[in-house]
Design a protein around this ligand. Structure first.
Ligand code: SF4
Ligand code: MSK
Length: 631
């Protein structure tokens, strides 16, 4: 099949992706790329953010060439419409992360009440630390009592009447002053999203700049609120990640095993499946059915959560989720929520794979719905793994196609693990930055998007940065891309510049560190804040940058905005739908510099994006009085 796969090189740089696209074509199974091509040309008004359907007087659109209408029926012009649309994207993204966080807090509460059999406190040291941040008295109290009080305090944070959410206490004082001056200190987590939706209703906020300010406050309620809570509570319940070795790509599936995949974002379900897949009785049953055992693997971010904490292999990122089904070797995929294409149930019907949805918030066509709650999760996970095992006998061995070998990778770089590798404090990292061995650090985050050749943006950018002595920290689908490309093993230092090679070599770590899932972008923010606090400076003064080379989701918009509002320059691959307003574009790509000390750039070519990031990092080095080079 390999010679026939040449034409798929324009879709993906991955060998497994190309080969599986060949199988899809052979079996005439539609993929995300087919549907993308069917949509072309996509609506130009929508691409520019110039269409509005916020009320029933519309839908309306503004003509970007100045020939057609310049205002919607209500009188909203291009600037208002673009800013409103962008604000709603942020609200949706912030809501998604924050609601994910809330689900974890509710599990923490049930654990404290003894109503969540199978779940427990895994990191009580972190529990006590975070509880103290929330003002929960911990002395003389047992972990469950503290967990109950912390969960209450966190739930309060969602609707707090205080002037700011709790965890902005981690933000450097200089940054807080910036937010204070702009009036964008995030108040309650739910409040900011709710207010964003209110302001974008017809006839409310019709000042594009005021809308953008609320957009930043809303995104900050995600980054320093909902997402941060999601990460911290996941660590408390399931353990704070430590460096771990594993494997990645479609080759992690095993022909002679029952293969079960988890997909989505929230570890509440996948952790239970992980435990059930190790159940001796179920492994024995798998052997009785003719398999050698049970093989659990991940997809997207719930996979990242399991990879980070348990070294569970990773089958693929966003655009691999349909293709993995075409191996014909998957007995069951369990999904929770976010980034799960509604097409998956239909693709699965072409094979014996059973698709299971698990959240009351996320039902899908072609999937069986089996709802997880903290009370029933352990039991239900066992039942479902048993059903997956029983499904093994329905597999057609003649259709099994797992054409590649897996690639080794290392994951598990939480802030605690990074500081641990550095001997307990950021000081060695700061020394390496000062000495110029490491020029700076960049976070590469976000998704795949069929508009960009799959993984090309992530991998090319990461390679260019590490070869120029810039440490890369990545999350989400970006982290899976660089892992597949072999950048997440200590030996990858051969691709790094001399300084980064020396530092990573001495520590035995890869030059591209896997920091976690989408919500775990906050780990990068927390590390940046810790660096700034140690240096007594602001995050925006540090030689740091962010990039989302293949982003697609509203969550990525919220992430990008809270990263920039926190002071980190960020380069986007795909253009956000704001080009219909010159004012909004100018503000996002330049004006924000004056307001928050950072801005966005848009550059779909990762080679050029790398140059932008290197230039920015050298500029920041110069500002700190460190050696800098001309880029
Ligand atoms: Fe049209 Fe204004 Fe209604 Fe939007 S809010 S659909 S621009 S009338
Ligand atoms: S899964 S948000 S496609 S990173 Fe987090 Fe990947 Fe983007 Fe979803």
């Amino acid at each position: 099949m390999s010679d026939k796969t040449k034409k798929f090189e324009k879709y993906t740089i991955t060998r497994d992706g190309q080969l599986m696209l060949g199988k899809a074509e052979q079996e005439q199974i539609e993929t995300v790329w087919d549907r993308f091509e069917d949509q072309l040309p996509q609506c130009g008004y929508c691409e520019m953010g110039l269409s509005c359907r916020n009320c029933a007087m519309g839908p309306c659109r503004v003509d970007p060439f100045g020939e057609g209408p310049q205002k919607g029926v209500c009188g909203a012009d291009a600037d208002i419409i673009v800013a409103r649309n962008f604000g709603r994207m942020i609200a949706a993204g912030a809501a998604s992360h924050s609601d994910h966080g809330r689900d974890l807090v509710e599990v923490l509460e049930k654990v404290s009440q003894g109503k969540a059999p199978g779940y427990k406190i895994n990191d009580s040291e972190k529990l006590m630390r975070v509880a103290a941040e929330y003002g929960v008295a911990t002395e003389g109290k047992d972990a469950l009592t503290v967990a109950g009080e912390l969960s209450y305090a966190m739930q309060e944070d969602y609707g707090t009447r205080k002037k700011g959410i709790q965890l902005i206490s981690r933000v450097p004082p200089k940054r807080l002053k910036v937010w204070e001056k702009l009036g964008i200190i995030p108040r309650g987590i739910d409040r900011e999203t709710s207010e964003m939706m209110h302001r974008t209703h017809m006839g409310v906020d019709n000042d594009w700049l005021n809308l953008l300010l609320q957009g930043m406050r809303n995104a900050l309620s995600d980054g320093w609120g909902g997402s941060l809570i999601a990460t911290e509570v996941s660590d408390i319940l399931f353990g704070t990640p430590k460096p771990v070795s594993s494997t990645v790509n479609i080759g992690v599936l095993k022909e002679d095993h029952v293969n079960i995949l988890v997909h989505g974002h929230n570890p509440v379900v996948s952790e239970m499946i992980c435990r059930a897949a190790e159940d001796n009785e179920l492994v024995r049953l798998a052997r009785e059915k003719g398999a050698k055992g049970i093989n659990l693997a991940g997809l997207c971010c719930t996979g990242n959560e399991l990879l980070m904490r348990h070294g569970v292999p990773m089958a693929g990122n966003h655009l691999m989720t349909e293709l993995v089904l075409m191996t014909g070797a998957v007995e069951m995929i369990l999904v929770d929520y976010q980034c799960i294409m509604p097409s998956l149930g239909h693709v699965a019907k072409c094979f014996h794979t059973r698709m299971i949805s698990t959240s009351d918030k996320a039902k899908f066509p072609g999937m069986d719905h089996r709802e997880f709650h903290p009370e029933n999760a352990a039991q239900l996970a066992r039942e479902l793994v048993k059903e997956a095992v029983e499904n093994f006998t329905n597999r057609n061995p003649d259709r099994v196609y797992i054409p590649v070998d897996p690639v080794q990778c290392m994951a598990g770089f939480s802030v605690e693990a990074i500081l641990g590798a550095l001997g307990g404090s950021p000081a060695p990292l700061i020394d390496a930055l000062k000495a110029g061995k490491i020029r700076g650090a960049a976070g590469i985050v976000g998704c795949n998007n069929p508009k960009i050749r799959q993984d090309y943006g992530h991998v090319t950018l990461a390679k260019r940065l590490i070869e120029n002595d810039i440490l890369v920290l990545d999350t989400g689908c970006a982290s899976v891309a660089t892992a597949k490309a072999g950048l997440k093993v200590p030996e990858a230092i051969r691709l790094a510049g001399p300084g980064l090679k020396e530092v990573c070599g001495a520590l035995g770590i890869p030059p591209v560190l896997h920091v976690g899932s989408c919500v775990d972008n906050v780990r990068i923010m927390v590390l940046a804040a810790a660096l700034a606090n140690t240096l007594g400076t602001d995050i925006s003064d540090l030689p740091l940058a962010g990039a989302a080379p293949e982003w697609y989701s509203e969550k990525a918009v919220s992430i990008g905005v809270y990263v920039v509002a926190s002071g980190i320059f960020t380069v986007l691959g795909p253009t956000p739908p704001i080009t219909g307003s010159a004012k909004v574009v100018n503000m996002a790509t330049a004006g924000l510099n004056d307001a928050v000390g950072a801005c966005f750039a848009v550059e779909p070519d990762p080679e050029k994006a790398a140059v932008l990031i290197r230039r920015h990092i050298e500029k920041k080095r110069k500002g700190l009085g460190l050696s800098s080079i001309e880029v």
